[in-house]
Write a protein that binds this ligand. Structure first.
Ligand code: 5GP
Length: 215
């Protein structure tokens, strides 16, 4: 008899350079019940990325066919490439009892909020635009990422923050905001949200309560 019902999922978005990937990787490494939702993308793998682990890399035509067959829970064009979350993968992980992290952009988060509102939506902010610029410049020097146009990314960051948090769209996509100033504190914040979600009454199997305490 299981104590818990199916898993929860956490949608995490952030402007490029806010530290989202490092935070998500650390969370997943520390928590055995947490799995990443491996997205499909049409972008090229970067050095060290593994197909099926970091992303499933597909060409445009395959991706478009998947869209036409309704296989994505959400999909979007980000920095000129297509990215999508497979419904089958997401549902499979949740059914197996795992909690799932979806590292997706604001367009994807909006779609998921509309069709799977039971998710928990978290937005990660850098401490300021000046810090974000600084981090992007450092990253450019150290990893020569193929398309790091800093001004473009900063402009996109402002758009994402406006869409996510300014209230201009009238509906809040995100439930929580974490400012990634000190990494350790940001990680603790994320872990607290996940722990609290796991303790919700709605996540406890009613049959387990009945058999253990009421029979
Ligand atoms: P990168 O190419 O640097 O790994 O990711 C670029 C952006 O695409 C990030 O903001 C990431 O969150 C977003 N992204 C990754 N996978 C998905 C996805 O499946 N759907 C959407 N909408 N965005 C995604």
């Amino acid at each position: 008899m299981q104590r818990r019902l199916k898993g929860s999922f956490f949608v995490i978005s952030a402007p490029s350079g806010a530290g989202k990937t490092t935070l998500c990787n650390k969370l997943i490494a520390k928590d055995g019940n947490l799995r990443p939702s491996v997205s499909f993308t049409t972008r090229q793998p970067r050095m060290g990325e593994v197909d099926g682990v970091d992303y499933t890399f597909v060409n445009d035509s395959t991706f478009r066919k998947m869209v036409a067959r309704g296989e994505f829970a959400e999909w979007a064009e980000v920095h000129g490439k297509l990215y999508g979350t497979s419904k089958k993968r997401l549902k499979g992980l949740l059914r197996s009892g795992f909690d799932v992290i979806l590292d997706i952009d604001t367009q994807g988060a909006r779609q998921i909020r509309a069709s799977f509102p039971e998710g928990i939506f978290i937005f990660i902010l850098p401490p300021s635009m000046a810090v974000l610029r600084d981090r992007l410049e450092k990253r450019k020097q150290s990893d020569a990422k193929e398309d790091t146009d800093i001004d473009k990314r900063l402009k996109r960051a402002v758009e994402e923050i406006r869409e996510a948090l300014s209230g201009v769209t009238g509906d809040n996509i995100y439930d929580y905001v974490i400012v990634n100033d000190a990494f350790k504190d940001a990680l603790t914040g994320l872990e607290s949200i996940i722990s609290a979600e796991r303790l919700r009454t709605g996540k406890v199997e009613a049959r387990w309560i009945k058999e253990n305490f009421l029979s």
